[in-house]
Design a protein around this ligand. Structure first.
Ligand SMILES: Cc1cc2nc3c(=O)[nH]c(=O)nc-3n(C[C@H](O)[C@H](O)[C@H](O)COP(=O)(O)OP(=O)(O)OC[C@H]3O[C@@H](n4cnc5c(N)ncnc54)[C@H](O)[C@@H]3O)c2cc1C
Length: 365
């Protein structure tokens, strides 16, 4: 039976700092200590929302965390944790919990095209951990620090108190360029490589996560999926290099799917005076880079701290732009190249380690 997270009782209406046109109105003297605390609303209990909650609590806020869905749960995700996430989680006091969940260690990367394969050692080892475990660790961390969880959708705009928007990516995209994600866990032999298979109209990643489970997660256009009737087994076995990789494995769960996926870069969008966007709600990066969760934790932590301490989101948005603008641009460019079929021709020209570095977030500040 999957562990379920406790539900906190519904608490009183929002109190504390009110935002009016980018400025903060601080509480009057004489109010109780509790009333003086900044009340931060966090909309979404994924990695970005939980990181925001922990970060806001660590600088003295009261946090109300809105999440309508059951958590933890399996999510469509490659479950590849890029190494830059370790110090970010350490700062939130969670890295040891991640290590306790026994993530796999991923040391190599292989790119598979129709007629060519490239193998490289990763500049730094990455990790494989299921979203079920990863989201659980973050949410439990937020609740342990004192976040009040409400099983409900968050309030809608306009916001008058500091609010972290961490509701994930949006879902609309125009037909027929729509892309869908899919994922399932498999049992069988494991290794320490992340394998990416690129086929016309999509790609699929294979890597080990905890407990010797192999995660298979891909993304394909509506055109490609409709040709196989949205049967993911048929799709993954229609590309010979991927079929060979999966041959010794047995599927351990039903396929999950998500989409249509919208790649959005809202790093320069206007969000409103007291709105601190984070994670995919701020920028949904290309999944093959394996950096979405690192972005989510980084932007979430920045948003939570900013929503508590800063009168406006300007500094938070600048911090996110500095960290994410360049890798987001490179990732979008690589996606176009890969989905157009040019990846096979161009892959001998650029070292994988260079492509890997170009898509990493700059998260040192
Ligand atoms: C196919 C695919 C493969 C991927 N592979 C990887 C990978 O290997 N490595 C990696 O690092 N990243 C990967 N990603 C990206 C990664 O999944 C995301 O970047 C990450 O989940 C972002 O976290 P988040 O908290 O912003 O959003 P989410 O994880 O989507 O969480 C958002 C939460 O908000 C809740 N919510 C939605 N609306 C509301 C509302 N109105 N009120 C309250 N709550 C709401 C949702 O229920 C959800 O729990 C992949 C993505 C896809 C699609």
């Amino acid at each position: 039976m999957a562990p379920r997270l406790p539900l906190r009782p519904h608490s009183e209406p929002l109190a504390g700092r009110q935002c009016v046109s980018g400025t903060a109105v601080l509480p009057n003297e004489g109010e109780s200590q509790r009333d003086k605390q900044t009340q931060v609303s966090v909309i979404g209990g994924g990695p970005a929302g939980s990181a925001a909650a922990i970060s806001a609590l660590s600088v003295g806020a009261r946090v109300r965390l809105f999440e309508p869905s059951t958590l933890p749960r399996h999510k469509v995700c490659g479950e590849f944790l890029s190494p830059e996430i370790a110090p970010l989680l350490d700062r939130l006091g969670l890295w040891q919990s991640v290590l306790d969940a026994r993530p796999s260690r991923i040391a190599a990367i292989q790119l598979h095209f129709h007629n060519r394969t490239r193998k490289d050692i990763l500049p730094e080892a990455a990790f494989g951990l299921s979203r079920f475990q990863f989201d659980r660790i973050l949410m439990e961390g937020a609740l342990a620090q004192g976040a009040e969880l409400e099983r409900a959708r968050g309030p809608a705009q306009p916001f008058t108190t500091p609010t972290v928007l961490a509701h994930g990516r949006r879902h609309a995209a125009s037909h027929p360029s729509r892309l869908f994600g899919f994922k399932a866990h498999f049992h069988g032999p494991v290794d320490d490589s992340t394998d990416l298979f690129f086929f016309p109209g999509g790609y699929c990643g294979v890597n080990t996560v905890e407990n010797e489970i192999t995660n298979v997660c891909g993304l394909a256009s509506w055109r490609v999926l409709s040709r196989c009737g949205f049967h993911y087994d048929e799709l993954v076995h229609s590309f010979p290099p991927l079929a060979r990789r999966l041959a010794p494995l047995t599927r351990a769960m039903d396929w999950l799917s998500a989409g249509p996926l919208v790649f959005e870069n809202r790093l320069r969008a206007e969000f409103g005076p007291c709105v601190f966007p984070a994670g995919d709600a701020l920028s949904f990066v290309d999944p093959f880079t394996g950096t979405g969760m690192t972005y989510a934790v980084f932007t979430g932590a920045s948003a939570g701290r900013g929503a508590t301490l800063d009168p406006s989101p300007v500094q938070h948005l600048l911090r996110c732009r500095r960290a994410l603008a360049r890798p987001t641009r490179f990732s979008a460019l690589f996606r176009e190249v890969l989905l157009s079929g040019w990846g096979e021709k161009l892959s001998p020209l650029a070292p994988v380690s260079w492509l890997y570095r170009a898509t990493r977030p700059i998260v040192c500040d």
